[in-house]
Design a protein around this ligand. Structure first.
Ligand code: PRX
Length: 704
């Protein structure tokens, strides 16, 4: 009998709640430092009331008013076609104008972006707002006149963390072209799949970049990407290749005549060109950002111009506390949503100085970030728990050797262990900086839960309440609210629309509705936003005082070092190795990265378990997805544990990987294989821990 989604959810919730409740421990509070509070942008203790349900949606005018509009909007929120909300209807604006042109009068010669090469021999390069304006205009002219791009066209950017990436993004925005930035660490094949989905005819890449002390040949990925796109029916007409060192090729990969062009060469024809920023409808798409979901196909999260820009500007001002005088460094990659919102659009809309660092945080040693902070006078620092854990492991006392002072620090992307949080606070922040733990997702545009830094005390390991204007709620499997302080977990949802929410999944409206709204929609015909809670896909708990603690994904998504990877994506990569009959991927706890994928494979009859097969499986994940998807281990097993209906029980494999009790396996079709697999992974001696385990692993696979 097919099982309903209700049954699935119930199984998940019952088991994980019980496990979660075991090791919930309340943490002590830390108060924001007085010096920070005195200078903070947001000091109004009534801010959440101002942004409360009684003032919704007009409260968000406050964020829209931070922008410059070519034409004013007439309606704040249009709910006539749920859940396809429209924000600031009737308004026209341009994102590039808001991030560049409007600052020229006051800040012309202030640094907009400071680029730091991974190679410490090269001094930082500061790009002023004036110079950014010049370069964005010239690039916009090239995109329009050389590539023939116009508003609404998509273009794929597969670029590393150099100045050329934000310049190209802003050039696209200037003429209304929708950019789709693919994280530079994705393989050529993964990039090709995203070119195909977005329907881009143009790929913008770079010849090479520094990573971990090596000059990586990135042009080779462009060739693979174009080939993959072509094979799947999407021709790429032009490949624009920036040179990492203009005037010199840094890649051994040849240019293809008639298809590949060196951007910095072609740009010479557009010297001094100015392109008027195109006034875009508030609801015109600004960019696509692909994210992993629970199926193999990545989702093209489509973000709009007006609502998105207003939301990232407002949250950059109130939650990141960015002032135009700040030097702000977010160590994320622009190829992920954090970089779009909180390296490029938010900070530049506020005329801040935003730092772009090319390389690995621990290159050449764990003191690197603190040397950069000292040299540039960084006073706001933004990073992930993975980076914090890695820097702590390699150089626990490094920060104190350097003379920098942060007023504000952010953590994002994964739950942070209170221990790591305390090191961040005492060592990195020297006890002087406020910390915000910001919970949100690619789909959301900007922060959903966080403390307001000057107003709310910090609690290690908890993101905090909803940010102003966001009304989170935890639902159980029946759609009933799980009350604050109940000690129970459930599915965190957002009750209301907000300007930063994505518009849809590119070309997949039904998938958008089904993924985020179908689960808790109260009435499909209703045009009242209150009937359409947004399902985030994370398990969470709400403490008595209203702080949310995020426990991790409830679906088949693994959060590796803050990067989302779908287990299905990795499994299908494994299946490209001819000998592999079946593959199952589970998350395993990792000291630095939080989680890593661990792969189980069963071979086709007649094939032997050899190191070569295992190596090819690992290589397949690297070439099809990217090096960051590399598994911690690959285990070849005689068979997968399966239900009688033939479903692979990933939960059992996750228990074995994480040295936990596997529980009752008697109802499986092949119960004896479980002990065989356990021996392969753990050896003859049973190593089972009863210690607390990360919750997303605890819950993982229960909803199969
Ligand atoms: O599981 C949550 C986790 O990261 C997921 C979103 O990943 P992505 O779309 O790649 O965006 C990452 C950066 C915004 C969420 O579903 N996550 C994100 N921030 C936090 C977090 N988990 C705990 N605490 C956070 N602060």
């Amino acid at each position: 009998m097919p099982r309903t989604s209700k049954t699935k959810a119930k199984e998940f919730t019952e088991i994980s709640e019980a496990q979660i409740a075991v090791h919930w421990k309340e943490e002590e509070y830390f108060q924001p430092p007085r010096k920070f509070v005195e200078q903070a942008n947001m000091k109004d203790p009534n801010v959440r009331k101002r942004f409360g349900p009684e003032n919704f949606p007009d409260c968000f005018k406050e964020y829209a008013d931070m922008l410059s509009w070519f034409e004013p909007y007439h309606t704040v929120l249009d709910t006539s076609n749920p859940p396809f909300w429209k924000w600031f209807v009737g308004g026209k604006l341009n994102a590039s104008y808001n991030c560049v042109d409007r600052h020229l009068e006051q800040y012309r010669n202030k640094a907009a972006i400071i680029f730091v090469s991974e190679s410490e021999d090269e001094p930082p390069i500061a790009l002023t707002y004036q110079e950014l304006h010049v370069q964005v205009n010239e690039m916009a002219a090239l995109l329009r006149d050389f590539c023939g791009l116009k508003a609404g066209d998509r273009v794929t950017l597969h670029l590393p963390m150099t100045l050329e990436l934000p310049i190209t993004m802003l050039a696209c925005a200037r003429i209304g072209v929708i950019h789709s930035v693919v994280f530079g660490g994705f393989s050529g094949q993964a990039c090709g799949a995203r070119i195909q989905d977005s329907g881009s005819h143009i790929l913008i890449s770079m010849d090479a970049y520094w990573r971990g002390g090596k000059l990586i040949d990135h042009k080779a990925n462009a060739d693979i990407a174009v080939q993959t796109a072509k094979e799947t029916g999407q021709p790429v007409d032009k490949v624009l290749v920036w040179q990492r060192y203009p005037g010199k090729s840094s890649s051994p990969t040849a240019m293809v005549k008639g298809r590949d062009f060196i951007v910095n060469e072609v740009l010479k024809n557009y010297h001094g060109k100015r392109v008027d920023p195109v006034p875009m409808d508030a609801d015109a798409p600004l960019f696509l950002m692909y994210s992993s979901g629970s199926t193999g196909k990545p989702k093209g999260c489509q973000h709009r111009t007006g609502g998105y820009l207003a939301y990232v500007t407002g949250t950059s001002k109130y939650i990141q506390d960015i002032h135009p005088t700040d030097t702000y460094w977010c160590m994320a990659d622009i190829g992920w949503i954090t970089g779009h919102s909180y390296i490029v659009y938010g900070p530049l809309a506020l005329a801040a100085t935003s730092v772009v660092y090319e390389g690995v945080p621990t290159h050449p040693d764990a003191g690197r970030p603190w040397r950069i902070a000292e040299r540039l006078g960084v006073n706001i620092f933004h990073t992930s728990p993975t980076a914090i854990r890695g820097l702590r492991k390699l150089g626990p006392e490094e920060p104190r050797k350097y003379n920098y002072h942060f007023k504000h620090m952010t953590t994002v992307g994964e739950p942070i262990e209170p221990e790591a949080w305390r090191w961040y606070y005492h060592e990195v922040g020297k006890g002087e900086a406020v910390i915000v733990d910001t919970w949100w997702q690619t789909e959301n545009g900007g922060f959903l839960c966080s403390t307001v830094p000057a107003l709310d005390p910090m609690k290690p390991g908890s993101a905090g309440p909803g940010v102003p204007g966001i009304y989170p709620i935890i639902y159980d499997e029946n759609g009933d609210e799980v009350p604050a302080g109940s000690g129970r977990a459930g599915n965190i949802c957002i009750r209301n629309p907000w300007p930063g929410i994505m518009q849809t999944i590119w070309g997949e409206d039904d998938r958008f509705v089904n993924t985020y709204y179908a689960r808790y929609c109260k009435n499909r015909r209703s045009k009242d936003w209150r009937d359409w809670p947004y399902l985030a896909g994370d398990g969470a708990m709400k403490a008595a005082e209203g702080y949310f603690r995020i426990l991790g994904r409830i679906d088949d998504v693994i959060n590796v070092a803050g990067h989302r990877l779908g287990t299905k994506e990795i499994e299908s990569a494994c299946l490209t190795v001819t000998e592999v009959a079946e593959a199952a991927v589970v998350p395993v706890a990792d000291e630095v990265k939080g989680r890593m994928p661990e792969i189980y494979i069963a071979l086709k009859p007649g094939h032997k378990n050899t190191p070569d097969v295992v190596n090819r499986v690992t290589r397949a994940t690297e070439t099809i997805i990217g090096k960051f998807a590399r598994p911690k281990h690959v285990y070849v097993v005689p068979d997968m544990p399966k239900t009688r209906s033939g479903k692979i029980m990933r939960r059992i494999l996750a228990s074995i990987s994480n040295r936990r009790e596997v529980g009752d396996v008697t109802t499986l079709a092949n119960p004896t294989v479980v002990e065989e697999i356990r021996e392969i992974v753990q050896g003859k001696e049973a190593i089972v821990t009863t210690e607390a385990v990360p919750e997303d692993i605890a819950g993982f696979g229960q909803n199969e």
